[in-house]
Design a protein around this ligand. Structure first.
Ligand code: ATP
Ligand code: MG
Length: 363
């Protein structure tokens, strides 16, 4: 059988720096017999510099064909004045759109060694491991009509929240499938009390549950109450599924329960491919961090944990993913910290590559 294929798009800013550490990790797995066919290509500002476009058609085709895509970060001040149509971010948006990645997965997982780093009390976050599934391709960010129009003597800003049954059903399935591999529990969040789309959302999620996933525990919560519960006692949740707008807010909120941006991975999944696994793009939550790029200060863990998600969801290597996560935990437990994980205390941070080396050694 062919080796699993991975397209790596390091991108801009700290993207190439953190991706170099992922390569070390992938090479280690290769030395253990888990060999990936890795191809590397340009995206974002790097692609613009070379080709005048943030994503070439050839790269797009490679992304469609790969078992998984791993992206570093795109953008930077150098590209701020570019025309909107060739901005680095457009490369990422094109990937998401053409791969039709409708389910955005963002874990909020608290490593014990960092529990005291959270803004919440240690007992609230220690051992926390939840997953937010955000619908990514529809809802109020895309609904028509939209625009700023003039009515009488004033202007009106208009957006439309719109969801079809099939859009709700497919992201609900992603959440239930995920729950099956985790704690068998899904909480769906909307505002069915005040929004028509919320009423339909609740109805469709319940129907998909009853017909296809009756074994999973399903609850419904209004999204505002959900925000409150997430800060009060987040460990009550396992998988949360919600729409594009609420997911945008709730996933940021949940993410920060755990500390630094430098720790947070994400996955964006689409429809199943011929191999049964979903189309998938993995990337750290953080951006290109131009303020620290090129200085060896970036924390590579978010990108390394994104690779762990790829192992689990695209390559069916849950044991290897867990092993990698344990290696990260072990290195943190030993006290190694990149600068973003140190508060005011005068401890010496490790560099990007020292962190990567330590994780490989722990593996
Ligand atoms: P974008 O618009 O691309 O999301 P942004 O400006 O919102 O970018 P980031 O680029 O993620 O956000 O940077 C936000 C802050 O977090 C910066 O100060 C950056 O240095 C810091 N930061 C982001 N990622 C990391 C990382 N991996 N390691 C250390 N610090 C990081
Ligand atoms: Mg940002």
């Amino acid at each position: 059988m062919a080796n699993p294929s991975l397209l790596i798009l390091p991108g801009d800013g700290i993207g190439p720096e953190v991706m170099a550490e992922v390569r070390k990790v992938a090479d280690w797995f290769g030395s253990q017999g888990l060999v990936f066919d890795i191809d590397e290509d340009l995206v974002g500002g790097a692609a613009y510099d070379a080709h005048g476009t943030p994503l070439t058609d050839a790269t797009m085709e490679k992304a469609q064909a790969a078992d998984a895509v791993l992206l570093g970060a795109v953008g930077g001040p150098k590209y701020d004045t570019l025309d909107f149509s060739v901005k680095p971010e457009r490369g990422l948006l094109r990937l998401r759109k053409e791969m039709d990645l409708y389910a955005n997965l963002r874990p909020a997982q608290c490593f014990d060694a960092l529990a005291d780093f959270s803004s919440l009390k240690t007992e609230v976050v220690s051992g926390l491991d939840i997953m937010i599934v955000r619908e990514l391709t529809s809802g109020v960010y895309f609904g028509e009509p939209r625009g700023i129009v003039t009515e009488g003597n004033e202007r009106v800003g208009i957006n439309t929240q719109r969801y079809t049954e099939s859009e709700i059903a497919r992201v609900a399935r992603s959440a239930f499938e995920l729950a099956r591999r985790r704690g068998n529990k899904v909480c769906s969040m909307e505002k069915a009390n005040v929004m028509e789309s919320g009423i339909l959302w609740r109805e469709v999620v319940q129907k998909v549950h009853d017909e296809e996933y009756p074994d999973i525990e399903l609850s419904h919560m209004y999204a505002d109450a959900g925000a409150m519960q997430l800060t009060r006692w987040p460990k009550q949740f396992d998988v949360i599924v919600t729409d594009n707008l609420f997911g945008d807010l709730l996933s940021d909120l949940a993410a920060m329960l755990t500390g630094s941006l430098g720790m947070l991975p994400s996955a964006s999944l689409g429809a199943p491919m011929a191999n049964g696994r979903p189309k998938a793009l993995y990337e750290p939550v953080h951006g290109s961090a131009p303020d620290i790029a090129g200085q060896g200060k970036a924390n590579p863990i978010a990108c390394i944990l994104s690779f762990a998600m790829a192992l689990r969801y695209s390559f069916d290597r849950g044991d290897e993913a867990a092993r990698l996560e344990k290696a990260v935990e072990a290195v943190l437990a030993k006290g190694l910290r990149t600068a973003d994980l140190l508060g005011e205390e005068g401890r010496q941070p490790v560099s990007t590559s020292e962190m990567g080396d330590a994780i490989v050694a722990a593996l």
